[in-house]
Design a protein around this ligand. Structure first.
Ligand SMILES: Cc1cc2nc3c(=O)[nH]c(=O)nc-3n(C[C@H](O)[C@H](O)[C@H](O)COP(=O)(O)OP(=O)(O)OC[C@H]3O[C@@H](n4cnc5c(N)ncnc54)[C@H](O)[C@@H]3O)c2cc1C
Length: 277
């Protein structure tokens, strides 16, 4: 089987700060990492390859330094890595990114038919969670989103458990399909020494816009209807209020309950004393 993983190199958001003057992300000196959800997507693709046989291809769109992320991904056991890198792609929003990735996936699919495309649920820098569904729609593949377990895979279908707000849902799709993954899907492995050595010597393929039948009006800034008008950190938390219970614990509790009522955090039951049934 052929598994394709869309993998994005992202800044480590735990270290990203916002420039208060320009309202832009301060990326300088911030280490780049594989988007955490994509690491789990890759892990699942490799597990499936080990289970049913086949191949794992990774595709990333990004600047030349995204090669580092692809080489790292190779050290976990992927077979092929393709970087889509071109000035023409710069400034793409999620609509254009889905388009750019789709055209490349279609090219891969023509020579080596794909069974499953994996993406992360979301990228931790953009956070839109739109790219995976956007690719599925363009490819005409059914999509299984928020996967937390692959229950079964055979020659014609895949069954997953999905995370929903109310619990879990089991969903089945015909292959080829696209799956977006949550971190609960699996535990990440460590790279083995032979794979690390293989990855160190591996050069990811770099595809430019001219290598593929792209329509320039669908990519880059021109093909991106989204615009970011402002970016800012949420207001910092205030200190809150402290209730001193040292001398009068009962009074402090009564005071706390009163405040919780006032803010509608707790409500009186209609059948409680004094309430109207
Ligand atoms: C107006 C505008 C301009 C922008 N300009 C730039 C820019 O110049 N440079 C830049 O880096 N970003 C830019 N961005 C951000 C960039 O477009 C988004 O990061 C990208 O569209 C993906 O959206 P997301 O990060 O929300 O991913 P999500 O939709 O949250 O990602 C879901 C999954 O899709 C896959 N995926 C997403 N992006 C990629 C990728 N690039 N390669 C492989 N797989 C991927 C991953 O599997 C990921 O887990 C811009 C955004 C806007 C709105």
């Amino acid at each position: 089987m052929h598994f394709v993983v869309c993998l994005k190199q992202v800044p480590d958001t735990s270290e990203v700060r916002i420039d208060p003057n320009t309202n832009t992300l301060m990326r300088e000196g911030v280490p780049s990492i594989i988007n955490p959800y994509d690491a789990h997507a890759l892990e699942e693709a490799i597990r499936l390859k080990e289970k049913v046989g086949g191949k794992v291809t990774i595709i990333s769109m990004g600047p030349p330094q995204a090669k580092e992320a692809l080489k790292k991904a190779m050290s976990f056991g992927a077979d092929r890595a393709i970087l889509l890198s071109d000035r023409a792609f710069a400034g793409s929003d999620s609509l254009a990114t889905a388009y750019i990735l789709t055209v490349a996936i279609q090219k891969v699919h023509e020579s080596e038919p794909i069974d499953i495309v994996f993406t992360g649920k979301e990228a931790i820098d953009g956070d839109t969670a739109q790219t995976g569904p956007g690719i599925a729609q363009r490819l005409g593949f059914p999509q299984l989103t928020y996967a937390i377990k692959i229950r079964n895979i055979d020659d014609v279908s895949v069954t997953v458990e999905r995370k929903t707000e109310g619990g879990r849902e089991v969903a089945k799709a015909q292959l080829p399909a696209l799956i977006t993954v949550e971190k609960e899907l699996n535990e990440l492995r460590y790279a083995t020494l032979p794979n690390m050595m293989k990855a160190a010597a591996y050069e990811p393929e770099v595809w430019q816009a001219k290598s593929l039948p792209y329509d320039s009006s669908h990519m880059g800034l021109k093909g991106s209807p989204t615009s970011v008008s402002r970016i800012f950190p949420p207001p910092g938390r205030t200190g809150g209020e402290q209730l001193d219970a040292t001398n009068d614990p009962k009074g402090a509790v009564a005071n706390l309950v009163e405040k919780l009522f006032q803010q509608n955090i707790i409500m009186q039951h209609p059948l409680a004393k004094g309430g109207e049934a």
